[in-house]
Design a protein around this ligand. Structure first.
Ligand code: GDP
Length: 513
């Protein structure tokens, strides 16, 4: 065995966590973002007016955390649907007086689908009627159990309005980040993602970039979606011009040839001509009239990918008229047994198919299944744009049958072996440089061209097919038990008396689910 290849450890350094706030509307995400931003003013960091650049970084106890400024799972999943996973930690904001609400649950599913760890911030603990314990119980039912209930999820009680518990929340974020051990290459050309972009008077197109690796500097030639440019200035979240921006740093970039879309990648490239050419090609492609194409992510395509072994899990977003329907559907789908395919319902809820469902399906490369529900118009448009299939049903069994059929089509037939007969080698003849085994068929039959193996002391020493089967001087199609014959397997020449030749057949038996 060759020695294991030496592990290449590039110069990876610890980087700061990037955090997004998710949760039900009005539970205080924006207020919490403001309260955290305010800690900088208190720390004397923010000299002037803070700039809104889509994200900001705070320092706490010698460490940093970057917060994404647009809260909500719609923005979070829209980025993922563009292929940008920029969030390391999700803070789920739940109002203590309101408790877990539909969008709280949705947010949990979105964070889970992205495989991002969740910290719960129970907000509004100052509010009359605040009941943190109830929130913990509700979330425990959703698999987010606090440590005091024997779980592993970090819960923080805060009041964004009164600025209470903020330090503790920041410490918990840093603790979670330590566990994640987030690392990036700091040297070398920068790679980042667009958080937002806008036209600014006097500045032209500007894009807020979250640098993910490398270091971005003024003068760098960048490619950003269908645009390019030479970075003119870098402006940080405090409105200051900076000389460089490393991993986990948000920074506003000027000097681009156009406005890129959020989620788009930014790359530094030294070859200016190449960068300009790629950007122009991409732009030309964008401007071409769109051809009508069907959805790329369809149940059929997914099953084909599973059949080819490219993937194992079928991700579904399930929407239905009532919670009862969902439970019935999930119950039925779970009953479809399969060794090969794993069905994963990444999100299910009562209500129409929405744009956020489409983006979630897109981000996880899944499809949306609706039962007795409609698709709202923005969802229909999003499905078309993102190439995601929506399958609507009104009969539960049709839905289950379609999934079952697709899954059954996946299973390759199993190869089953049937022994046709055995023969005992009695003598070995040498015939024009070949060996021929003189055998006595002991059971069943030997069949010319059939599969056969040579067993010596029960161990198979050769496996092939019967090339020669001779009764006296004639080729025989088969020889039955009790008769003697001469036989030769493939190009095997090493027969010995007392070897056993086992003739067998392989059958393709369709597998049942
Ligand atoms: P978002 O929709 O999740 O971004 O929620 P907002 O931050 O806009 O807050 C919604 C409402 O809740 C606003 O009226 C806030 O003033 C209020 N709010 C936010 N945090 C707190 C808090 O800690 N305590 C109380 N009592 N109210 C809060």
């Amino acid at each position: 065995e060759p020695p294991p290849a030496p592990e290449v450890t590039p110069d990876l350094q610890l980087r700061s966590p990037v955090v997004a706030f998710l949760g039900h509307v009005d539970h205080g995400k924006t207020t919490l973002l403001d309260a955290i931003r305010h800690t900088r003013v208190a720390a004397g960091e923010a000299g002037g007016i803070t700039q809104h650049i889509g994200a900001y970084t705070i320092h706490h106890g010698g460490k940093s955390i970057t917060f994404i400024d647009t809260p909500g799972h719609e923005a979070f999943t829209a980025m993922r649907a563009r292929g940008a996973s920029i969030t390391d930690i999700v803070v789920l904001v739940v109002a203590a007086d309101d408790g877990a609400m539909p969008q709280t649950i949705e947010a949990i599913d979105h964070a889970r689908a992205a495989n991002v760890p969740i910290i719960v911030a129970i907000n509004k603990i100052d509010a009359p009627g605040a009941n943190p314990l109830r929130v913990k119980t509700q979330l425990q039912e959703r698999g987010l159990a606090p440590e005091e209930f024997g779980g592993e999820t970090i819960f923080c009680e805060v009041s964004a309005l009164k600025g209470k518990g903020i330090d503790h929340l920041l410490e918990m974020i840093l603790l979670q980040a330590e566990v994640l051990e987030l690392r990036a290459l700091f040297d070398g050309p920068a790679v980042g993602r667009v958080i937002e972009a806008q036209m600014e008077t006097g500045r032209g197109p500007t894009a807020s970039i979250l640098v993910q690796k490398g270091t971005l500097r003024p003068g760098d030639v960048v490619l950003c979606g269908p645009y390019w440019g030479r970075v003119r200035a870098l402006i940080n979240d405090l409105g200051k011009t900076v000389r460089e921006a490393g991993p986990s740093t948000p920074v506003k970039v000027t000097g681009l040839s156009g406005l890129p879309s959020p989620g788009e990648e930014l790359l530094v490239e030294s070859d200016e001509r190449r960068v300009r050419q790629i950007a122009e090609e991409r732009l030309a492609l964008l401007k071409r009239p769109r051809q009508e194409v069907g959805p790329k992510v369809t149940l059929e395509n997914l099953f084909a990918a599973i059949a080819e072994g490219q993937r194992k899990t079928l991700h579904l977003v399930l929407k239905a008229d009532t919670q009862g329907s969902i439970e019935a559907l999930v119950g039925q789908l779970e009953k479809i047994p399969s060794k090969k395919v794993e069905l994963s319902v990444i999100h299910s809820a009562a209500g129409p198919v929405t744009e956020s469902d489409i983006l979630l399906a897109k981000a996880s490369e899944g499809i949306v299944i609706g039962f007795n529900v409609k698709t709202d118009s923005s969802a229909a448009a999003a499905a078309k744009r993102e190439g995601v299939q929506i399958k609507l049903f009104s009969v539960i069994y049709e839905l289950v049958d379609q999934v079952r059929d697709a899954m059954a089509g996946l299973l390759e037939p199993e190869l089953r072996e049937t022994v046709l007969g055995t023969a005992l080698v009695k003598k070995v003849f040498e015939l024009n440089k070949f060996s021929v085994a003189g055998v006595l068929v002991q059971s069943g039959r030997m069949v010319r061209k059939a599969q056969a193996r040579v067993l010596r002391g029960k161990q198979p020493i050769y496996d092939g097919s019967i090339q020669t089967l001779k009764r006296f001087q004639d080729e025989a199609p088969e020889v039955r038990a009790g008769l003697e014959c001469g036989m030769r397997l493939g190009n095997f020449d090493d027969y010995e008396p007392n070897d056993i030749i086992q003739c067998y057949q392989l059958e393709r038996v369709p597998q049942s689910l």
